[in-house]
Structure formats: C-alpha cells, structure tokens
Design a protein around this ligand. Structure first.
Ligand SMILES: [Zn+2]
Length: 72
C-alpha cells in the first residue's frame, strides 16, 4: 500500500502514547510546472495539528489534548 507523505506527531506527555499522522501539503514551485516539494516545515505541521486534530502546542512541545498540556 502506498501512503502520501506524512509527519508523525507524538504526544509529549509522559506515558501518553497518542500519536497522529499529519499529511504534508504538496507545494508547487510555480503554476506552469508540475514540480514541487512537500511542505515539511514544523510550523506547517503544527498549524494542522492544532486546527485539524485539536492538539496543543506549548513551548515547542506537542500535546494531544488540553488535558495532557495542563498536566505536564
Ligand atoms: Zn496526550
């Protein structure tokens, strides 16, 4: 089976082993060219984590829920 490129995010709370796969966006270099690259910047992945998966990013750490973020 083939998968699209993803970034795996794991919850930074101890003993919480929650993880998700955040899909990377394909970025075209220009409109007339089909070449491009996957957007693998951490900031792009973090935006998706927060917006689409409801994760919390705090001090460079990643938590699967506000519960995990508060208890750290
Ligand atoms: Zn967690």
């Amino acid at each position: 089976m083939l998968h699209d490129a993803v970034i795996e995010a794991t919850c930074d709370r101890e003993r919480c082993h929650e993880s998700v796969f955040v899909p990377m966006e394909w970025v075209y270099h220009d409109l007339y060219d089909s070449s491009g690259h996957y957007d693998h910047r951490d900031t792009s992945a973090e935006e998706k984590l927060v917006d689409e998966f409801g994760w919390v990013v705090q001090d460079g750490k990643h938590f699967c829920s506000s519960f995990c973020a508060e208890k750290s």
